[in-house]
Design a protein around this ligand. Sequence first.
Ligand code: HEC
Length: 112
Amino acid sequence: MKTLFTLSLLATGLLATSAFAGDAVKGKATFVGKGCWQCHGYEGQGGSAGPRLANTQLPEDAVISFVHNTNGIMPPFSEKLISDAELSDIYAYLQSRPKPADPKTIPLLNLK
Ligand code: HEC
């Protein structure tokens, strides 16, 4: 009985995650654990050293390829340091970040 319960939980988990390539919650932990935040900010909002990554327009495979190879300005993270699956999770995390506010929705910026 216990096994059946565990199995059905596992199956639900698989179904729940299959709609997305990456897992945003795991992605956040990896983004922090691998030190991406040190240059790009905890939310991927951009930092003193690295540009904004949150809601990037780059496709997922371009982000994965960039992190492994880079352009020489960012230090490369080889497949040994971070896997493609971990980068898919990071991508899901970055895409889950809120978009910057539209200035039209900020009352102070719309005083006449
Ligand atoms: C030592 C600082 C540093 C760390 C750590 C770092 N980056 Fe970067 N990253 C940069 C810089 C600087 C750039 C911009 C390179 C350029 O000027 O073209 C960049 C660019 C990028 C880009 C391309 C953005 C674009 O729009 O072109 C991605 C994607 C990226 N980083 C992801 C990551 C991820 C994921 C991690 C963690 C595994 C990470 N970075 C860790 C410094 C860093």
